[in-house]
Write a protein that binds this ligand. Structure first.
Ligand code: IPD
Length: 267
């Protein structure tokens, strides 16, 4: 019965759907970005491809598992159900618009409110990260482990910025208080990929305020299954106020610095 699926079956479905979604995104990119409109602010873009990819994923999921719920960036939530899919059809839409090869389909399966499986596919490169709760994280079949770095002063830290000017200004002030205490910062433009880079140790750590569930559901599981702590600040779970992902020793140091800077505060 469809609704009794095991996490591994959900992951297998997620992977096959995310792969075909990624092919659609990359085909549409090659044909040229169209129907660019804006959402929350004049710089928060959505393209015809974001919508087409989300519709494609919803159709594939509905065919395989008609009783499940879907929460997607472009079309929102549909219903309540024991299994819920969390989808960002194109995470890194601004990169997609500019043809910077850092945008991804991000798809997670949640059972009873807990993310149990996740896949992130970089649609520009085909690189694929997967994770199963309790089953580890993988990139293209290779098991992942976080960076061994423990010194915040040596850490390469990813972050991102929201679309609203007041939030970005606040985020920039937090960054000004951090950047003298780390190796350097990277703003790559797709939160789901940033989290997967923490999983493989390509980034030592990542933090961002203002993420939505579709930005971090799949990548957060990938990072956690590779050994990262993925939290909010001061005991909060990862969420819109803050997502911090890093290997445990580094996490403690980055967390405390972000907490001192009130990185979860502001607009
Ligand atoms: C955005 C990207 C970006 C992050 C923003 C997200 P979108 O998602 O993940 O890296 O900094 O907070 O909103 O809009 O490209 O799907």
């Amino acid at each position: 019965m469809a609704s009794m699926a095991q996490p591994v079956e959900l992951l297998n479905l997620a992977v096959s759907v995310a792969r075909s979604a990624s092919e659609l995104a990359s085909r549409m990119r090659a044909e040229g970005v169209s129907a660019v409109t804006t959402k929350s602010t004049a710089t928060d873009v959505v393209t015809a491809a974001d919508r087409a990819v989300e519709r494609h994923v919803r159709e594939q999921l509905a065919r395989a598992r008609p009783d499940d719920a879907v929460l997607g960036e472009e079309y929102g939530a549909d219903r309540d159900a024991p299994v819920r899919w969390i989808l960002d059809p194109i995470d890194g839409t601004v990169n997609y618009l500019y043809d910077l090869p850092q945008y991804a389909v991000s798809l997670a399966a949640e059972v009873g409110g807990v993310v149990v499986a996740g896949v992130v596919v970089n649609a520009a490169t085909g690189r694929e990260w997967t994770a199963l709760r309790g089953g580890g994280a993988f990139r293209d079949g290779r098991r992942l482990a976080v960076s061994p770095e423990t010194d915040l002063g040596q850490a390469l830290v990813g972050t991102g910025f929201g679309y609203a000017a007041e939030r970005r200004l606040y985020q920039a002030r937090v960054l000004a208080g951090l950047i003298g205490h780390i190796r350097d910062i990277r703003r790559l433009g797709a939160a789901s990929i940033d989290l997967c880079l923490v999983a493989e140790g390509t980034l030592d750590a990542y933090y961002e305020k203002g993420l939505n569930p579709w930005d971090h559901a799949a990548g957060g599981l990938v990072a956690a299954e590779a050994g990262a702590l993925v939290t909010g600040l001061d005991g909060a779970p990862p969420g819109p106020d803050m997502v911090v992902a890093a290997p445990p020793a580094l996490h403690a140091r980055l967390h405390d610095r972000l907490s001192e800077l009130d990185a979860a505060g502001g607009p």
